[in-house]
Design a protein around this ligand. Structure first.
Ligand SMILES: Nc1nc2c(ncn2[C@@H]2O[C@H](COP(=O)(O)OP(=O)(O)OP(=O)(O)O)[C@@H](O)[C@H]2O)c(=O)[nH]1
Length: 876
């Protein structure tokens, strides 16, 4: 029947167990069917096959998580000697028992069941974790002389069990040649085979002899002695490996003995003794010496040194490995088996704990990867606590379960696991620091820019260096806070010193760049300021040329007219303005915390740009139309006004030619003077080279790229200082001279004409003719009283006007009124035209046509620059 069931069970593809009542239960069924493991689990079946359901059984019986807190007992003995009966009574198991009428083997292979007798005291419940193995009886008729299985099962039992119960009839004691002695010889032999390596670390085992049908006629002590004598003799007869020749049986085994009365004849006494014996398997442990050999009838049987130190969760795998080695007749090397088990279990445990780790960490990894893919690394909230908790739980859970296994393997596997999870955590940690770095630098840059803008809006001068200092501090604090929150205690890689260093370096770079930008803006403002000042002061100097009496109220020095010193005055004004600007620039730049080099470069650039600005301003003033106008004004001033500044009224007797020639020659001397920028003292160009100074060593290509080359300073540009200071070349000079002369000639002709016009007289005969021809009309007026009265009133009016000299003021009033009306009209027309591009073009064209186009363009440009300059003055 049983053979048939086994055959059936093999035909099932799903793993399963065969219940002792002849049912096959699949693993799934077994999990749900409480009766599936009613009789325990058949660890090794009759065909010597290992049952992989052992692990499931242990889980169902709640043993898997017991760690080392479980015990294993095997029972040996001849078949049908009541072994199963004894175990069932002792542990409440339900191993199959032979019916009284039969005499055949019931236990096949090796069965295992958990103790079912629950301890009354809950504190001692853990002592209930006793696993009992019922081993197929020896000497069975079915197996005959083939004792192969007996040896294999002995090996298996010794490799796993702490206590070996040897079931023996009282009448068998002393029968040295009996079946039991053969069994014990086998046990001793395999023990030597298993544990010969190191006497000190070899686990001891307890051989618990239960003497059945103990009559009591021979005292138990005598039976014990007899048995021990026999055992020692067997031990002595064994050929022992080298080094163990003198070992005794007590080096490996402890012994305990118990006699049980006949079950059939003295059932009550039997039950009472079994009960008594059962308590010994559940009692607390006592010292070894107390409870073995002789005083064996009391005290617990389980000692720590009997334990095979296989954690409960690895027992099934270990047992399978052991059996595999045994069945394949390989040398059973328990330490290796334990290492293999440790490797297997540690890997299994690691996989288990990594599942929980993944659940906690993968969402963060995904988010981080997403951010990186999008090119905007994210600072992940809650990452630190999640990493710390995941790492701690993973390692702790691993440690709890895996530390029970082979220490070396455990340490190795722990390091492996640590390495694995740390690689991922480290990547997350660095990703987080990287994101915090990027976000921090961006935030810092924005914060500084915003603070600068706010400062600019307020109008007050802001302290750039202070802003940078404060924002740097805040940025570092933010970074450190984030980094600290992401630290993982205990992880060797968990520090951010290097990252912080890099971050600080980047902040310094960004603040350096911001400072350079700020310096550029400052430089631009200062340059505009210089340009504005120069536009005013240089413009004034040139305007004063028109007055012909020297500019800016400068007194004439000695024999040199003020006009001759125009360049000196411009140079001095220029130097003073730039000096002032340099002071302003240096003050502000220092407040930016700029380095000496940076300030030097800034000043050097400022001087060069200022010179270019001056030159442009001078060129603007010297534009052909402009200059011609000024020369003409200068000439007219000298020609039309006398030394006292009173306008001349030309009379024919005046020396118009002489005055004209002097005025013209005087003005003509200005042309060569103005065409070159020369200082009057030594008639040499200004010391531009010296004034600009050496190029600072820290100048970069970027600093130089927007600079205009200056002749005499940048020799390599091929322009000399002389060329630099030449405002008008010879051709232009000549052209200007010709045009000026023409203009002057025009003024002269006009003067001449007005002198001649002043002396034209009416001939006397004209009056006689007028009297003769108008006699009748005269007479009519004199005779008509109304006409005469009117004439009289006119005469009186004329006389009064003449006497009070009222003619001049009246004419002036008329003249002023008409001029004002004209100006008003002009202004309105100009405003109207200037409101559109076409109008402006029309003004320029008409001005060009009259020789005043450049003047107009320049004036409107000046207006624009003046407006900008007014704004800039506020900034610096
Ligand atoms: N004389 C005697 N018979 C017993 C005792 N205990 C059990 N028996 C009987 O012995 C027979 C065999 O009992 P089992 O418990 O099946 O014996 P076993 O050693 O487990 O048998 P196998 O597993 O087949 O080796 C049964 O008929 C029991 O009633 C005992 O203490 N004394």
């Amino acid at each position: 029947m049983e053979q048939r069931l086994r055959a059936e069970s093999r035909s099932h593809t799903a793993p399963g167990i065969i219940t002792t009542n002849g049912h096959f239960a699949s693993v799934g069924d077994a999990a749900h069917d409480p009766k599936a493991y009613e009789h325990g689990v058949q660890v090794i079946d009759g065909d010597k096959e290992f049952n992989s359901n052992l692990s499931r059984y242990l889980t169902l019986e709640d043993v898997t998580n017991a760690g080392f807190n479980y015990h294993l007992i095997s029972v040996f003995g001849s078949q049908s000697t009541g072994k199963s009966t004894l175990l069932n009574k002792l542990f409440g198991t339900q191993f199959s028992v032979m019916a009284d009428r039969e005499r055949r083997q019931t236990t096949k292979g090796i069965w295992l069941s958990k103790n079912k007798v629950i301890h009354e005291d809950p504190k001692s419940r853990m002592a209930d974790n006793i696993l009992v193995m019922d081993v197929e009886g020896t000497d069975g008729r079915e197996r005959g002389e083939n004792q192969d299985f007996e040896r294999k099962s002995a090996l298996f039992a010794l490799a796993t069990s702490e206590v070996l119960i040897v079931n023996i009839w009282e009448h068998q004691v002393g029968l040295y040649q009996g079946a039991n002695m053969g069994l014990l010889k086998t046990v001793f032999e395999v023990n030597l085979q298993l544990f010969l390596k190191d006497k000190n670390t070899t686990p001891r085992s307890l051989l618990f002899f239960v003497i059945r049908d103990f009559m009591g006629s021979t005292p138990l002590k005598n039976l014990e002695d007899t048995l021990l004598e026999d055992l020692s003799r067997i031990w002595a007869s064994l050929s022992k490996p080298e080094g163990l020749e003198h070992s005794t049986i007590h080096d490996y085994f402890d012994f305990a003995f118990y006699g049980l009365p006949h079950k059939g004849y003295k059932p009550e006494e039997f039950s009472a003794e079994v009960k008594k014996l059962g308590t010994r398997f559940r009692e607390g442990r006592k010292g070894r010496k107390e409870q073995v050999l002789g005083e064996s009838n009391d005290g617990g049987v389980f000692l720590p040194e009997y334990h095979r130190r296989i954690p409960a969760d690895g027992f099934a795998h270990y047992a399978e490995g052991i059996w595999d080695q045994i069945i394949n007749n390989k040398d059973l090397d328990l330490p290796t088996q334990q290492e293999l088990l440790a490797q297997f279990r540690c890997d299994e445990i690691a996989r288990g704990v990594v599942v929980a780790f993944d659940e906690a960490i993968i969402p963060f990894e995904d988010k981080q990867a997403e951010g990186i893919r999008a090119g905007a690394p994210l600072v992940l909230g809650g990452l630190g606590p999640a990493m710390r908790s995941a790492r701690m739980k993973t390692l702790k859970n691993f440690e709890t379960e895996a530390s029970r296994y082979h220490k070396g393997v455990y340490k190795l596997k722990k390091a492996e696991l640590e390495g694995k999870i740390d690689t991922r955590l480290k990547a997350l940690f660095h990703g987080q620091l990287n994101a915090a770095h990027k976000a921090g630098v961006k935030e810092f840059s924005e914060a500084v820019s915003n603070a600068v803008k706010a400062g600019q809006k307020k109008g007050a001068s802001y302290d750039f260096a202070e802003i940078v200092k404060q924002e740097t501090k805040a940025a570092i604090e933010r970074f450190e806070k984030e980094a600290r929150a992401t630290l993982v205690e205990g992880a060797p890689w968990s520090n951010y010193k290097q990252e912080l260093h890099l971050y600080q370096k980047d902040l310094a770079e960004v603040s350096g760049q911001l400072r350079r930008d700020e310096m550029r803006r400052l430089a631009t403002r200062v340059e505009r300021w210089v340009r504005s000042r120069l536009s005013d002061s240089v413009g004034l100097e040139f305007n004063s040329l028109g007055s012909g009496r020297g500019g800016s109220g400068a007194p004439e020095t000695g024999d040199k007219p003020a006009e001759n010193q125009i360049w000196d005055r411009i140079w001095n004004l220029f130097v003073e303005t730039v000096l002032d600007a340099e002071r302003r620039f240096t003050d502000r730049a220092t407040s930016f915390d700029a380095s000496v080099d940076e300030v030097d470069v800034g000043l050097w650039r400022l001087r060069r740009k200022s010179w270019v600005a001056l030159r442009e301003k001078v060129e603007e003033e010297m534009m052909e139309g402009n200059l011609l106008l000024k020369l003409r004004e200068n000439f007219e001033d000298k020609f039309r006004y006398d030394e006292a500044g009173v306008p001349r009224i030309w009379r024919p007797t005046d020396d118009i030619e002489g005055i004209y020639t002097r005025a013209r020659e005087s003005t003509l001397t200005l042309i060569p003077l103005l065409s070159r920028f020369r200082l009057a003292d030594n008639n040499s160009p200004p010391p531009l080279d010296r004034w600009v100074g050496h190029t600072p060593s820290s100048v970069t290509a970027a600093d130089e790229e927007d600079l205009t080359p200056i002749g005499g300073v940048d020799e390599e540009e091929g322009k000399s200082l002389e060329e630099e200071v030449t405002i008008l070349n010879d051709a232009k000079r000549q052209d200007l001279t010709v045009r000026f002369k023409k203009a002057a000639d025009g003024v002269y002709v006009e003067a001449k004409r007005s002198a001649i016009g002043g002396i034209t007289q009416v001939p006397l005969y004209f009056y006689g003719l007028l009297l003769a021809l108008g006699w009748n009309e005269i007479w009519a007026v004199l005779r008509n009283p109304a006409y005469f009265f009117l004439l009289f009133v006119c005469a009186v009016g004329a006389y009064v006007t003449y006497q009070l000299n009222l003619w001049g003021p009246i004419m002036k009033m008329v003249d002023a009124a008409s001029r004002q009306a004209l100006e008003e009209g002009k202004k309105r027309l100009r405003e109207f035209l200037e409101s559109s591009d076409t109008g402006r073009q029309a003004i320029a064209m008409s001005a060009n046509a009259t020789g005043h186009g450049e003047e107009y363009e320049m004036k409107s440009m000046n207006k624009k620059v003046e407006k900008e300059n007014d704004d800039d003055d506020d900034d610096i």
